[in-house]
Design a protein around this ligand. Structure first.
Ligand SMILES: [Zn+2]
Length: 125
């Protein structure tokens, strides 16, 4: 079909629309942010953190706010994986202590950052 956008081009377009960085640093670990509608749909997830390959997958078809919350959630999973939190509070399934903590923290941390740009400036400068 003429005018049809390939999946790769669509992902690029969505990445630009979201102004999603390509790489973020979580502690000493750079993580690639990779919008991937197919992988997220296959796993029936909004996002996924792959610690060993240092990649965070995000479903690019979700609303911007949902993607933001998912990204914060997956960043917390990365912190969990790289610290003692993952041992003390495993985040291995939906009912695990770690998952419940992450689900509680993610929207509030995101809200704290979004609602307080002066605080973010204070932290960053
Ligand atoms: Zn989770």
């Amino acid at each position: 079909m003429t005018g049809e956008t390939t999946g790769e081009k669509m992902t690029e377009k969505m990445t630009k629309k979201l102004k999603l960085p390509d790489i973020i640093n979580i502690g000493p670990f750079p993580f690639e942010l990779r919008p991937d509608a197919v992988a997220c749909a296959a796993g029936n997830v909004n996002g996924s953190m792959m610690a060993d390959s240092q990649v965070i997958l995000l479903s690019p078809n979700n609303a911007k706010e949902a993607i933001q919350e998912t990204l914060m959630h997956e960043c917390l999973h990365a912190i969990w994986d790289k610290t003692y939190l993952g041992i003390k509070y495993p985040d291995t399934d939906n009912d695990s202590e770690g998952e419940l903590l992450i689900r509680t923290l993610a929207p509030y941390l995101l809200g704290l950052l979004k609602d307080n740009p002066e605080l973010v400036k204070f932290f960053c400068h």
